[in-house]
Write a protein that binds this ligand. Structure first.
Ligand SMILES: Cc1ncc(COP(=O)(O)O)c(C=O)c1O
Length: 356
């Protein structure tokens, strides 16, 4: 059976809503008092942080002739890029077909469908490569079914990274100075995209990557993960390994504890990745007194009301916030020990170096 999708009318005026997000000074205790850090609130823009990447990838493909006017766009996503693509699809006039999985929150499914996305859900992880591999399998079937369909491939597409040039430009205009930038890493897109331009502006800038426990991006063994957004069970090519000065792995208890402290203490908050970067940014501000620290909050709290902010969810998943680590365990090398909670390593290397 050949699947069909309805082509939306392009609304290029939407592109004026891209980015231009505010920064706010965060001083809420996380869990200790700290001098404060800057947070870029990407959840406040239409289409969220990944609208920047989505618009960049579709415009790039249009320019190269890989995406014809009105042709469908097909992508695998755990949500945030899906919303960005829903935005970019409407702005540029492309139907959007997304492959999610059983763990995609019901509210996010509703939101994507409300924005006209056709959503396909895979219901079991692949034996090798987990949910991501299962989603990619379904995506390949869709590419074969839908004539002219284009797959942005966010994990490996350099236009994903390039889309964050605007984020870097905004940060360099909004902040007087920056010593340390803390970024969550999923596809590697936003950290790779901002660090080059920001280091041209502030040459001494240090970059701290924040990954999830159980993610294999920085060389730890891949395990089933509760947290979404940051972390991966594959090795995305977009990760700029050479750019990172250190990496932290954060567990779900630390992320939830931080999200809730943010929501209570300074109103702005978000989901797993926001909680994770906030904890590390507060730590960095505390251990480097006088340093200007900034981070990116990729989205807001709404998507996570049934997870991060739900006590029943925590109980069902055996999460006890009194277990949340208050400082990282140091490991000398990513393979030296498996991170079970907050861990830190100052040796960062591409685990696939020489194998790609
Ligand atoms: C909510 C959220 N936070 C953080 C990230 C990580 O960003 P990046 O893919 O640019 O590394 C993602 C990526 O999917 C995300 O969805």
């Amino acid at each position: 059976m050949t699947a069909t999708v309805v082509r939306p009318t392009a609304q290029p005026e939407l592109l004026a809503l891209l980015g231009r997000t505010p920064v706010v000074r965060v001083t809420a205790e996380l869990p200790y008092a700290h001098p404060g850090f800057w947070a870029k609130l990407e959840g406040l823009a239409a289409g969220g942080m990944k609208a920047r990447a989505a618009v960049s990838m579709l415009l790039g493909a249009r320019e190269r002739g890989e995406l014809r006017p009105g042709a469908p766009v097909v992508e695998s996503t755990s949500g945030t890029l899906g919303l960005g693509l829903a935005f970019a699809g409407q702005a540029l006039g492309h139907p959007v077909v997304l492959v999610g999985d059983s763990e995609l929150e019901p509210s996010m499914r509703q939101l994507l469908r409300a924005h006209g996305v056709r959503l396909e859900i895979v219901d079991r992880p692949a034996p090798q490569g987990g949910w991501q591999a299962a989603r990619l399998g379904r995506l390949r079937d869709l590419l074969a079914e839908l004539p002219g369909a284009y797959w942005p491939d966010q994990y490996n597409n350099p236009d994903n990274t390039a889309g964050y040039a605007s984020l870097a430009a905004e940060l360099s205009a909004q902040l007087d100075h920056l010593d340390i930038l803390v970024c969550s890493v999923g596809t590697g897109g936003h950290s790779a995209g901002v660090i080059g331009p920001l280091r041209r502006h502030w040459p001494g800038l240090r970059l701290i990557g924040v990954d999830a426990t159980g993610s294999t991006i920085f060389g730890q063994p891949a395990r089933p993960r509760l947290m979404r957004g940051l972390g991966s069970s594959i090795h995305p090519r977009n990760v700029a390994y050479d750019a990172f000065d250190e990496v932290h792995w954060i567990g779900p208890a630390e992320a939830v504890d931080s999200c809730r402290r943010l929501a209570r203490g300074c109103f702005v908050s978000g989901g797993w990745s926001t909680g994770a970067v906030a904890r590390v940014a507060a730590w960095a501000a505390r251990v480097h007194p006088g340093a200007a620290v900034a981070t990116v909050f990729p989205d807001g709290p709404h998507r996570y009301l049934g997870t991060v902010y739900d006590d029943d969810f925590l109980t069902a998943h055996g999460l006890d916030l009194t277990d949340a680590a208050t400082r990282p365990v140091e490991i000398p090398h990513p393979r030296a020990a498996e991170a079970r909670g907050w861990a830190r390593c100052t040796r960062v290397a591409d685990p696939l170096k020489g194998k790609r």
